[in-house]
Design a protein around this ligand. Sequence first.
Ligand code: DX5
Ligand code: ZN
Length: 217
Amino acid sequence: DRAIKIAPSILAADFASFGAECAAVEAQGADWIHVDVMDGHFVPNITFGPATCAAIRPHIKGVMDVHLMIAPVDPYIDAFADAGADVLTAHVEAGPHIHRTLQAIRGAGMKAGVALNPGTPASAVAELMDMVDLICVMTVNPGFGGQKFIDMTAKIKTLRDMIGDRPVHIEIDGGVDPKTAPLVAKAGADVLVAGSAVFRGGSVSDPAPYGDNIRAI
Ligand code: DX5
Ligand code: ZN
């Protein structure tokens, strides 16, 4: 189904309260929970790894959508499967063997995603259309929340054409807010990741603004 899903990124949540933050944002209407794993090597920031994902898992009822900003990916695929990831997304720029990586992700029982940095053309994933369940179009350079949206509308449209009638999600990640969300949805995106736009103004003890923010997107 092509209904728009909102996937709050816990990169903008309280790092000391991930379990409660995930439960709160789900109760406020989040469709998926987006989990940003960074290694300080593929991107210039470090977050957390599979142990933290495993700790978060029991606090999420729905889809745990894990975005790997790490290189290499392959040595850690089983650890993220064990941690309970439903969708595991690797960057096409993370290594020379993305085809093998996507096979391994599906082989470990997860949905496979491939992410493209803003400087990477749609053609980079042309041979992968039957190997992915999700294509993540980065609309910021990955590494940090709260950055300015980069317009990738043309790339989104190209990818939607390339996907054809396959059941593949197009996810948008970076700078999604009430102003940019309609642009990417119109171009063909159906999963919208939003960090700062969802978590701003609320807290674990008063999560009501999370719901207002989600509905505003
Ligand atoms: C960026 C991450 C995003 C980030 C988005 O590297 O992949 O998921 O949390 O944050 P906002 O919505 O604040 O741009
Ligand atoms: Zn992300």
